[in-house]
Design a binder for this molecule. Structure first.
Ligand code: 6PG
Length: 248
């Protein structure tokens, strides 16, 4: 089930995402004692992370009960400017005092990115109680963005990772970027209980229109692979990104 919420601008998208995060974290911690979230990378979620680390939202979540994962990571050290972990650590994890044992980053610094993917799979299994080789782990919330080419996480158009149905994380070489990434695979992304796709900016309008209203072509538009059987998907988009949607 997909729901599209069109908000005025990137700030409104960030605030809506922050409010959803807080509500889901509070409800899940209250019900289960902990909450697992996969953070997304790129520039869009940076303001969201700042809002979560500021009053009033900061005090509304018991951050000691939140397990942080990532939807993808660049094959770089954690202190590299391109590190998705590094960006989240600076904007959110550090300011809220996330305990180290609750931060499950992808070891992008490893010389062998496939080893980083396998270690990440083991950490997902350990923390979320999933058996390796069994059904994928179910994260409480998965935050995702979308590129202007329709990629999400590090699932890029025509990548072999799009067809992966067994592994939970893979390393992928992205020729267009000349860079290696480690990414969650569609089976894990589609086990998310709640998914929030944050998309802002006019440069995303074409891909958003095609992804939501065009024919199903997930090889060309990997974000179309996000279709959980049971989880809820909410697109949080601003007017600029929604400008080519019917009824915009
Ligand atoms: C990454 C992200 C990636 C991102 C999109 C959108 O590691 O870069 O996981 O999937 O969400 O590329 O990026 P922007 O938010 O910067 O537009």
């Amino acid at each position: 089930m997909s729901d599209v919420r069109v908000l005025a601008d990137p700030e409104a998208v960030s605030r809506a995402a922050a409010d959803d995060f807080v509500a889901l974290a509070r409800e899940t911690v209250g019900r289960c004692g902990s909450f697992s979230v996969a953070l997304s990378g790129g520039s869009t979620p940076r303001r969201l992370y700042q809002l979560l680390a500021e009053a009033p939202r900061r005090a509304e979540v018991d951050w000691s009960r939140v397990d942080f994962f990532w939807g993808d990571e660049r094959a770089v050290p954690p202190d590299h400017p391109d590190s998705n972990y590094g960006a989240a650590q600076a904007a959110l994890l550090g300011p809220v005092g996330a305990p180290a044992e609750r931060v499950h980053r992808i070891n992008g610094e490893l010389a062998d990115p496939e080893q980083a993917a396998r270690e990440y799979e083991a950490e997902l299994a350990r923390v979320l109680g999933a058996a390796p080789g069994g059904p994928p782990p179910a994260l409480g919330l998965i935050l995702l963005g979308m590129g202007a080419d329709g990629h999400t996480a590090s699932l890029f158009p025509y990548s072999q990772a799009l067809a992966e149905r067994r592994r939970w994380a893979l390393s992928v070489y992205v020729a267009r970027l000349g860079a290696t990434r480690i990414t969650l695979t569609p089976p894990v992304l589609n086990r998310g209980r709640e998914i929030r796709l944050l998309v802002t900016g006019r440069d995303k309008a074409g891909a958003l229109h095609e992804a939501l209203e065009g024919p199903r072509e997930p090889e060309r538009l990997p974000v179309q692979l996000i279709a959980p059987e049971a989880g809820r998907v909410v697109w949080l988009v601003d007017r600029a990104a929604a400008s080519k949607l019917s009824g915009a």
